[in-house]
Ligand binder design. Sequence first.
Ligand code: GDP
Ligand code: MN
Length: 377
Amino acid sequence: MVKLAEWRGKELFRKYGIPLPRGHVARSADEAEAAVRSGAVPLPCVVKAQVLAGGRGKGGAVRFANTIEEVRESATAILALEFKGERVKELLLEEKLPIAKELYLSLALDRGARVPVLITSAQGGVEIESVDDASIDRQPVDPFPGLAAYEKRRAARMLGLTGAARAALDRLLDAVWTLYNREDAELVEINPLAIVGDGLVALDAKVIIEDDAAFRHPEYAEIRDDRTPLEEIAREKEIAFVQLDGNIGVIANGAGLTMATLDVLKEFGGRPGVFLDLGGTDDPKKVTEAFLLMAQARPRAVFLNIFGGVTKCDTVAKGLVEAMAQVPAGERFPLVARIRGNNEKEGVEILRHAGITSIPTLRESAQAAVAAAGGAP
Ligand code: GDP
Ligand code: MN
């Protein structure tokens, strides 16, 4: 999922002709001041933290400034914020427009219905989750013909727009629809969509690009960063490692066996946490490295499920025993193993020497792993 910061969303809005306040991005109080002095942003203006979390308005991350001094003050204050765990590194400065009313509008993929849904509400400016259901209209849209005239009419009625504002809404809806499709978005949200004079202006922008289409968008490669610190280390070491929120660590090889192992643990009431896929490695050092990374995630128990092919059982066993010895005493955890396939005998023997029994069947070994992690909840 590629969540775009407001200013990036607004760059897309500009590209598709969605009306915006005049604005400028700044990364320091000096840059903020310069943006106003140069006339790129007229006073009075709005200074907004560019963080991905919502609720900035209520949380002091959106401020208004009437003078250059206030711009500096607001910029400095917001840049010092850690907003919902995220350091503020960028600001968006925008002209402050006279708002007659704040509306809500979004086009969002409904995975259940398998179509985009046009969502509108006359109660904009607050988080949509806090608006009562009766005040929200949801229209599923057939993706092939796109927005129909009657759907636009219904949106206009819902938002209470007539005359010039109604025409502005029609243009805006076409732009949102085109952006959503051409940019592979799964969400385009404008909240608030402000009535200013007899026109409409997007005061906020939330755009999420669909993960499955991210490969078509190299422009977002640098911001596509939802890895945990351990996953980041793993990536550098070229280890396939994913952190979920369960408490059983899984080490398997091959995507198929790894996924199946997670499923089986779940089946027996376990909560798989970190998993790593040794893939086709046949280097005990690599196994050691991977295991130590797993240990840092502090699992309650680890389930090793290996089918020896290119990755031979004794290679894995060697690497593992080596790694176990390196885990500090206070951070040890029970290990349940099932290793089958190439060089199975040798592998099982190496494990036995280290006091680990390999359980040959999947059912029993998975159950043992769930029990070792404290049992099913
Ligand atoms: P969010 O709280 O993170 O969703 O941030 P928003 O971008 O939605 O801003 C919060 C609120 O600030 C909006 O609902 C508006 O009331 C106000 N706001 C934002 N931009 C402007 C602007 O250009 N003019 C005025 N008057 N208010 C604005
Ligand atoms: Mn908003």
